[in-house]
Design a binder for this molecule. Structure first.
Ligand code: AP5
Ligand code: MG
Length: 182
């Protein structure tokens, strides 16, 4: 089975839900930059204080900050991993490629989760995280289109993208994803 995975897709597509379940089932490291940043905010660390207002607006926190978090986790881990919510722009994707080259590793598959905007917004509004109000959700979607969506072409050129329809039950979607992993 493929063991070095990226989950890509708009906010609310179900990246975290699917990634957590798959990582648990397969013994992979689940690395969600959003979860790690929220933990820093909750702990009141310097890093968390820097990130909090940016996250509340639905913008991306600085590449340097996110990269430091990812680097320290991947450097100290030997098995498979699943990156969720990272990379978020081309600069982060290039930095990840350099980091993986250093570690002698490579991405085996990028799972692209696709879902209509109306469904995304509905899912997020009913979740109600600190950044899940309508205006911030719209802004996160815009940031996704402008900064993250170019990664679809980036990874397609590298032959790594597999698309998954992200509508349906959590179990149905999990089945579609595991069918891609071989
Ligand atoms: P992040 O935490 O990554 O949030 P996001 O991309 O906006 O995505 P979500 O976590 O909201 O959605 P998801 O796809 O994980 O869906 P989920 O499974 O939760 O980022 C938050 C912020 O942190 C960013 O705005 C930015 O500021 C910062 N940040 C993070 N990473 C960064 C980076 N690399 N660089 C810079 N800044 C960064 O599901 C959503 C809801 O739907 C849940 O309630 C779930 O229960 C429900 N659901 C899931 N699947 C289904 C289903 N099949 N049917 C019905 N409901 C479902
Ligand atoms: Mg998430």
């Amino acid at each position: 089975m493929k063991q070095r995975l990226l989950f890509l897709g708009p906010p609310g597509a179900g990246k975290g839900t699917q990634a957590q379940q798959l990582a648990e089932g397969q013994g992979l490291l689940h690395l969600s930059t959003g979860d790690l940043l929220r933990a820093e905010v909750a702990a009141g660390s310097a890093l968390g204080q820097e990130a909090e207002a940016v996250m509340a607006r639905g913008e991306l926190v600085s590449d340097a900050l996110v990269l430091a978090i990812v680097r320290s986790r991947l450097e100290n881990h030997s098995g498979g991993w699943l990156l969720d919510g990272f990379p978020r722009n081309v600069a982060q994707a290039d930095a990840l490629a350099a980091l993986l080259a250093d570690l002698g590793q490579s991405i085996e598959l990028v799972v692209l989760m696709e879902l209509d905007d109306a469904v995304l917004v509905q899912r997020l509004l009913s979740r109600g995280r600190a950044d899940d109000n309508e205006a911030v959700i719209r802004h996160r979607l815009e940031v996704y289109r402008q900064q993250t969506e170019p990664l679809i072409a980036y990874y397609r050129e590298r032959g790594l993208i597999a698309s998954v329809e992200a509508a349906g039950s959590v179990e149905e979607i999990a089945g579609r994803i595991s069918a891609l992993l071989g």
